[in-house]
Design a protein around this ligand. Structure first.
Ligand SMILES: NC(=O)C1=CN([C@@H]2O[C@H](COP(=O)(O)OP(=O)(O)OC[C@H]3O[C@@H](n4cnc5c(N)ncnc54)[C@H](O)[C@@H]3O)[C@@H](O)[C@H]2O)C=CC1
Ligand SMILES: O=C(O)C(=O)COP(=O)(O)O
Length: 438
């Protein structure tokens, strides 16, 4: 049996919630790949839709995010969900997800998902950690030049029929200093591109990282704010980054400098930014992300930043390029498929990463046990006691936080024994989800 798209059958037991059984025989009633339901929201790439359909799953595709009530209704019935940055998979929403085993974030950020709660329910979360980082870095480079030349305002004036040829306060970016906050995948790429245009780069990160090119690490955020002509934010949304740029931080930026935020809307206090732009302390800003964003395209966008001077507003399009979306689609759909079909959790965000390579046999005598359990002493002993009478070809287990993941390929003499193994493992008190792949 291959570990690709060839699912023979899957049975799932989530304690107290879902149990796939044949109503007549009480035997495990495995469902075929055609029974797997996947909900795809927020217009994920057609490459993902293709891969998941080719895997044989039922795909329910939506171009928009859903309102909470609809999301709760729909999530009850699906085994996997694919989202982008907008859909909030909170504890409240996930507690209705009785069949869910996997979440695919078709983006970098995973702040929209309650990762710990998902893990505690045995739901594995995947993302695409760097497929759109180049797209964001390129957008920021464009914005640095646009802001420096006030191109947003000039273009709007021309569309309004106003010819306004000025050079006052318009600058080249060569020789200027770019301050990067969060020197990860995006921040480092941005630094390289900026240096190639003749900028000096300083950066601040909570981790001690290697400076790339001629860039220089700053000791503090304050140092970056005080030195940079352009400050660009590339941190994840965490409790520590919430409003990390507020009135005090904006005041400590150089007069006439620019702020760029393509990270998360909650990183910047919008009211303070609007005030700094209107007072002229900042010479401009480019903002791609907002504390609350509309669920779908269309009119009605409201923000205090609307009509601020030299302020570029974009609708969260940092990662929205054909190239990035295609790559993300392939990466996340492949991860979901592997997890559903063979239990592989490599590249999971909230689970220990485990893989057993290919499932070894196409007959029903070799089955793969995939189990998620609470990470407390004694559970592995209980599982291995249950498996002690069978030939365990290989097994692996690992844990992350409070949740542990276990995989084993086991040979049984009689298919009925699959039932016994399954029943005994699901009866373990700390069992969260057990699947048997055969
Ligand atoms: N506008 C858009 O469309 C997109 C936005 N994003 C956002 O950009 C963020 C960054 O993406 P990547 O560079 O790929 O992430 P990354 O994880 O590679 O880098 C983030 C860096 O921020 C640092 N960091 C974390 N907390 C910090 C703090 N308090 N102060 C300073 N540094 C801190 C980390 O140590 C890490 O080096 C994502 O989490 C996502 O929210 C990502 C892709 C597209
Ligand atoms: O990758 C990310 O974290 C992003 O912010 C991009 O989000 P999106 O896929 O455009 O909703």
């Amino acid at each position: 049996m291959s570990d690709t798209l060839d699912i023979k059958s899957v049975s799932i037991s989530r304690r107290d919630s879902f149990n796939a059984r044949d109503p007549h025989t009480r035997d495990l009633k495995p469902f075929h790949s055609g029974s797997i339901k996947i909900l795809l929201l927020e217009n994920v790439s057609p490459t993902a839709v293709d891969i998941l359909k080719k895997a044989g799953y039922q795909v329910d595709f939506h171009t928009k995010a859903l309102d909470k009530a609809t999301l709760i209704e729909k999530i009850k019935d699906v085994h996997a969900i694919g989202i982008r940055s907008k859909t909030k998979l909170t504890e409240e929403v996930l507690s209705h997800a009785n069949k869910l085993i996997a979440i695919g974030c078709f983006c970098i950020g995973t702040n929209q998902v309650d990762l710990n709660f998902a893990a505690s329910r045995g739901i594995c979360v995947f993302n695409s950690p760097f497929s759109n980082s180049r797209s964001v870095a390129e957008l920021v480079i464009a914005e640095i030049i646009l802001l420096s030349r006030q191109l947003g305002d000039r273009s709007r004036e021309m569309h309004d029929g106003v010819w306004n040829k000025v050079s006052k306060n318009c600058y080249e970016i060569r020789g200027k200093t770019l301050g990067i906050v969060g020197y990860g995948h995006i921040g480092t790429q941005l630094g390289v591109l900026a240096e190639s245009l003749g900028m000096h780069v300083i950066w601040y990160d909570v981790l001690p990282l290697m400076p790339i090119g001629m860039s220089r690490a700053a000791e503090t955020l304050q140092e970056v704010l005080a030195e940079a002509d352009f400050v660009s934010l590339h941190v994840p949304e965490t409790p520590e980054t919430k409003y990390m740029i507020g009135e005090r931080e904006l005041a400590s930026m150089k007069k006439g400098s620019y702020l760029i935020n393509a990270s998360r809307g909650t990183v910047v206090a919008i009211e303070a930014l609007a005030a700094a732009l209107k007072s002229g302390h900042l010479a401009g800003a480019a903002v791609d992300v907002y504390p609350t964003e509309p669920l779908s395209n269309g009119p009605g966008f409201e923000s205090l930043l609307r009509n601020c001077p030299n302020t570029l507003l974009t609708p969260h399009i940092g990662g929205s390029t054909e190239e990035a979306q295609r790559m993300i689609g392939v990466e996340v759909a492949a991860a979901l498929t592997k997890f559903i079909n063979s239990g592989t959790s490599i590249n999971a965000v909230n689970f220990a990463e485990c893989d057993l390579r290919a499932i070894p046999s196409t007959d029903m005598t070799t089955v793969r046990i995939v189990n998620v359990h609470q990470n407390v002493p004694g559970v592995l002993r209980q599982i291995n006691n249950i498996l002690a009478d069978y030939n365990v070809n290989k097994q692996i287990s690992d844990s992350k936080g409070d949740v542990a993941y276990f995989m084993a390929d086991v040979t049984v003499d009689n298919p009925k024994e699959i039932n016994t193994i399954y029943e005994h493992i699901t009866a373990i008190n700390e069992n969260i989800i057990t699947r048997v792949l055969f």
